[in-house]
Design a protein around this ligand. Structure first.
Ligand code: APR
Ligand code: ZN
Ligand code: ZN
Length: 375
């Protein structure tokens, strides 16, 4: 029994920006009050993890254990934790739901004030770390740090899921799928018959395509600079696939012409300020709405013509698909188990955890949608 003891296990440590991850033996300290320690089963690799490794998110402290799309089993619980016990299947939540802050109490948002966007999550809430490697303190990431055989997360950042949930796929409910799908269903509230454009066809963009299809969109225009992404986008419901590199005109003009004045809804799933602007500009005057889902570098700025908004377009952002995470993730997993969504196409590669750097290479080379690492 490891309860109350330090666990030595393998983790992928990011020592500094620009360096490959190194698999190290780390010490994982027991959970304190209102925390749980989780034995990870599977984790996906998301572009946001790669953004951190590239140094694009300046609020992250190194050394750090990244990873925020995982599934696991509770090993032990800290004091004051209720409703969770060792053996429960869980998903760490990169957007927590504390249930008490003004956002959690407001039905219009899921942006809990305990997210990394309002307060650093590089340490546990008591401002200490549960990870030590080579006698150095290693930071947490988004309170999830799923690139470790064991991780510790605060109670507000973990959702219990069904005991029968398939853990290899369940990890997708930690980020990619709810983020893209929810942006369509919750943030845009796409109506049946709408015309939609999805910019970027990675795990997030394809999940947005799944959402558009589920919402009954009449046209789903999928945009990517990598033609290899189109086949899969079509299987998920894209009706047209276009590559901006095939046109001399800006892609927003191409889309505006294709759609007689613009789309009802556009989704930016890349994290690039140019495509954010293009996604806004391809929306129809008067009623088009554009949703930013991709995460831009923390210092990025956009300049745009305010007439775009003055003439009735709406620009919104969506984080974790607008889902209030702790209550929604178990429901989404239950819907998945009831065959409401087929996510098979989102998982392009499965690798053992120790091949994590190969997983990142697959992402950078554009060859993967989601690589799932199994512990
Ligand atoms: N125009 C069109 N498509 C582009 C462009 C561009 N200028 N630049 C990149 N893309 C495409 C890539 O070819 C890729 O298919 O966007 C897709 C992005 O997919 P991934 O890199 O797999 O990223 P994903 O994990 O889906 O995340 C997308 O959401 O959460 C954020 O940080 C994350 O910003 C990232 C975004
Ligand atoms: Zn992510
Ligand atoms: Zn909250």
């Amino acid at each position: 029994d490891t309860t109350g003891k330090v666990i030595k296990c393998k983790a992928a440590v990011a020592w500094e920006v620009g360096k490959p991850l190194s698999i190290e033996e780390v010490e994982v300290y027991p959970p304190k009050a209102n925390e749980v320690r989780i034995k990870m089963v599977a984790t996906g690799i998301c572009r946001t993890d790669d953004h951190v490794l590239k140094g694009a998110l300046q609020s992250i402290d190194f050394p750090v254990i990244l990873g925020h799309e995982g599934s696991g089993i509770i090993e032990s619980i800290g004091k004051e934790v209720t409703g969770l016990k060792p053996g429960d299947k869980v998903i760490p939540l990169c957007i927590p739901q504390c249930g008490k802050c003004s956002s959690c109490l407001n039905p219009k948002t899921n942006c809990c004030l305990k997210t990394h966007l309002s307060e650093s999550q590089n340490l546990m809430p008591d401002k200490t770390s549960r990870f030590v490697c080579k006698e150095k303190v290693v930071h947490h990431f988004l309170w999830t740090s799923t690139f470790s055989e064991y991780t510790v997360v605060p109670y507000d950042a973990v959702a219990k899921i069904d005991d029968q949930a398939p853990m290899d796929k369940a990890c997708l409910f930690g980020c990619g799928f709810p983020t893209g799908y929810g942006a369509v269903i919750n943030t845009a509230k796409v109506e049946s018959g709408s015309c939609c454009a999805v910019f970027g066809l990675g795990g997030i963009g394809l999940s947005a395509v799944i959402g558009c299809k589920a919402a009954g969109a009449a046209r789903i225009i999928a945009i990517d600079i990598n033609n290899d992404k189109f086949e899969k986008a079509k299987t998920f419901g894209a009706t047209e696939c276009i590559n901006p590199l095939d046109y001399s005109k800006p892609i927003q003009e191409v889309i505006t012409e294709m759609t007689n004045g613009g789309v009802h809804y556009s989704f930016e799933c890349i994290g690039n300020t140019e495509t954010m602007k293009a996604a806004l500009e391809c929306c129809h005057m008067g009623y088009g709405t554009s949703i930013i889902i991709g995460e831009a570098p923390s210092t990025a700025q956009i300049s745009f013509n305010p007439l775009m908004l003055f003439t009735g377009r709406t620009w919104k952002g969506s984080i974790f698909g607008g889902w209030k995470s702790k209550e929604a993730v178990p429901r989404l997993v239950a819907d998945f188990m009831a065959n409401k969504f087929n996510l098979d196409g989102l998982v392009s590669h499965m690798l053992p955890f120790n091949q994590i750097n190969e997983g990142f290479e697959l992402l950078r080379s554009g060859k993967s949608i989601r690589t799932i690492l199994m512990y």
